[in-house]
Design a protein. Sequence first.
Length: 787
Amino acid sequence: MRTSYLIMLACSSALISVTAPVYALETSFGLDSAQASNAQSTAGTKAARGIEKTQETDNASPQKAANLSQVMVTATKRAESIQSVPVTVTVINAAQLQNQGLNEVQDLTHAVPALTAQKSQPTTLQIRGIGVPQNAQTAEPSVGVVVDGVSLGNATAASPQLFDVSRVEVLEGPQDTLFGRSTSAGVLNITTNAPDPSKTELTLHSDQGSRDSYTDQAVLNLPVSTYSALRLSVADTRQPDTIYNAYQHIWDDNKARSARIRYLWQPTDKLTFNIIADYSRVTSKVSDTDFPVFQATPGGVLSNLLATCGIVPNQDNNRTCSDGPNRSTAKSDGLSSQVDYDFGATTLSSITAVRHLRAADGGDADSAPVDLVNTNTKDINLRTQSQEFRLTSSNNDFLDYVGGLYYYHSTNVTSTVEEGMPLLEDGLPFLLGQSSLTQSRERSYAAYGEATLKFTPTFRGIIGLRYGDDDVSATTLRQLAPGAIFPITSTADIHGRTENKYNSFRLGIQNDLTSNAMGYITFTKGYKGPAVNDQATSTDVPLLVKPEIPIAWEAGLKTTWLDGRVGVNGSIYHTHIENFQALYFDPTSATFVYGNAPTVTIKGVELSAFGHLNDNFTLNFGTLYNNGKYGNGYFVGCAPNFQTDADGCHAVPGKTTRESDAGGNQLVASPKWKVTLNGTYSRALNATLDGFVSADGVYTSRIYFDQAYDPTDTTGSHVLFGAKIGVRSHDGRWGIYVYGRNLTDERVPQFRFVTPIGTTLGDTNTYSQTFGADAFRTIGVSFDAKF
């Protein structure tokens, strides 16, 4: 793959550089609001640099309140003011990331009302309720994660660590036209800080918290010449202790270590090179298959087994009792290059990237100190490569445009082993199990473009189109596990392939109602590619998962107040999805399977307010009402305690089990209401010292974790509070703070589900849960230093 990357890089660089002789600049390469980064393209670079400079100052000391016209985003792959872009977008800058302790992408749920996350491997992100765990190797996520212009696709098991980040843009609704793959629900567009040729600087940050948690980060910026620089960033994080294995006497010990090196070179005033290499390693001693049981039948087999570890199932239980190995490791590395050439009227960009993910997850999956299913492992070896060529126009009088070509290719080799003695409690100590090897390939080509037509100085039209070709194939070979006499599930091989040509589009209008108000209406057809159900364990599961097609309307109003310092925005939206790709529990095979719900409809309203109320006080507020429902005809397994016709649980023709229609039920793991609030106040205490206080809160309404509306695996409405207080030098050279997260120690599960091994143990009334790092109170001290 490295050879193919070098070939792609050489070709793309040659294409752009052929018209660009290298010569000495007549003016010095300085750092100002128009020249501090090279994050997206030459046009987007200038805006990104401006944001980075502002954020450094925001994080250092009180300053004159910023005007929102200076807050630029690249939501349309060009630099635009956040109040001018016709998309619902939330921006989290470097200061807010640090103040709230947002170190991983799933932490962003504390700052974005429309964003939710489910703990799985990898973490599943949702925007407006759209997004499910991928139970097939060829399945795409619904929320795309883009880092410095490169889509991570499925290579997100080692979730990106948010260190040395300039900003995160969360774009809501289908973004397929410009961002392509894996963006049918939205995009997390992450921009890291670029090297600065004008200064040598070392920045240090450390959080030392309770429950053995810590975050240590270091950034070194080194000029190489007047026109180039290196930036080396490293991070070492340990999440607070959350899950405890009482049999093995170990905590989950979730750790992440990451490093990134960026090289920026601007040999001429028109040609810019950005080369980025990154590495990440995420580990845990308690994998996602080792889950605490919070409900089991008293006196039953499972309850008695848990009692040997002193565990009594209850709503707050975070203790497990498995005796087998449970560890997970994910290693991710990538190399990318972006080359930009500014022709004046347009900028040509080439983005070349390769990524490699190696992940090993799983272990004991029986929740008990006996070998029922002590081995349930998965090893992943995923390689991806992508190439994008893009043309971005300068700001023209009538027509602004972005257009390009995109290529993506991935190969994935995944092996699984599941074995144990599930009949042990029946007096049959025989080893059962099977192993599998899945080899999958994805190839995608696409051409895209989007234009803004300026019909009048205040009225504009939007038209965008993407045409693509997807080719997906997978083969799974299964056999008995070594030493096993019978399989636990099917050993039938799976062979599948699907090719699909598609189009997506975006149409819209926007109008400047006044100098401080802009309204827009957009109509979008999105796309999420097909998949092969390469992990299916039942003949009831279709071999191919159909493409998911969202049709979305959105109308929004963006206004500015207080001399442009505060933005107050609102939007309403309606999305109808055909063939919604979903994960549901199949009681026949006692596993979660991947398939299509006929339809899903989402309707909602979102309001936000953000900015500087004055020179000392910054506010970020957002609220979301999201009514997302499954359409009729989506049959799922009945809830364990609702098995009769009177409960809506019926025999379905052609099926072997009783099922219920989830039509009309709220989307899984999607609250109807969510509110986020963050406020920061700072002021000078004397000539050299500033005081600082920050507080945040998140309200989330009731969440269902089961399509059948099982009342047991839900979580009630809850509020989480956090705060940070401290002092720092007026010049931003150092700071010391005390912080607290989940101050009220609210115990909120991240996911709940029927215990898979329950049926084997004769207990159909048992449930398990998982917790995230924010499920327990954490208190700590934070340090910052800059040299």
